[in-house]
Design a protein around this ligand. Sequence first.
Ligand code: ASP
Length: 331
Amino acid sequence: MGLALIVHGGAGDIPLERYAAARAGCQAAAVVGWRVLVAGGSALDAVQAAIMALEDNPSYNAGTGAVLTEDGHAQLDAGLMDGAALDVGAVTGVERVKNPIALARAVLASPHVLLAGPGAELFAQRAGIALCAPEALVTPAQRARWRRGYQAGDDVNVESAPERLVAVTDTHEPPPASRNGALPGAPADLVHLDGDQHGTVGAVAVDAHGHVAAGASTGGIAAKHPGRVGDTPLVGAGFYADDELGGVSSTGHGEDFIRLLLAHRAAASLATGHSAQAAASAAIRLLGERAGGHGGLILLDRAGRVGYARNTPAMAHAFIVEGMGTPFDGV
Ligand code: ASP
């Protein structure tokens, strides 16, 4: 049993020139969450703190800097779960909350599980969470992309994208793509070209009491239909935590994660003897094979062992477990 924390900054196509920023943001968020754990804080607090750091970083599609809907609004989703009591809190379609994961945490502490839109914002006010102007969440870069129409080129650099990496090592060694940034022979049909803006964020932690928590936050898919709900605020699809199993946070084309309840499946497979890495890899393999889906997930088993996998060209991530001086980060 040991402290552990892993974060992701979204699975998709990250142009090489954005690798450094994507990795640095994950590294910084992992440090924020790790400090909470080392100070004796709960896994839930660590997950919330790490995700808030990512929401506040405009490089990611969550909180400030999220993608916009077809009609030009940032509609944010977030959810988190406490693996000790199996408490869940989530919000969807909020437009005036700077840190949706903090609001999800307030929902978790209430009798509710999931609150939507204006009702979630009313709940925020009642919980003492200040509302912001919707435009405060929209960065000039996202507004410009929305104005000209989201395009594949916004986040795709196919020539320089590394190969997808479904199966990564069972150790804490950096996966090959993280070491050299490119692997030969990426099959063209595996490269994600639909123009989705990824950069959803998530975190999973195990604390000193062996409690597990997991969460995720996103602006969803670029130019999504107003009111569209993805996997991120849906327990079992976008995130899942159970002290008896472990915790998972997902990223990718949300509809496919919903169809498969993929976060829960990945966590449940830990009970069948899968290692953390095998559970992550098997879930992402299933995503591709069964639903034709694209994405990735991060996972910790209840002992704090790390697993992560993706079938997209990249997934920014960072993790730290006891015995490591600084987080390992990669894409
Ligand atoms: N899963 C998110 C959604 O479908 C998007 C993402 O992870 O990039 O809303």
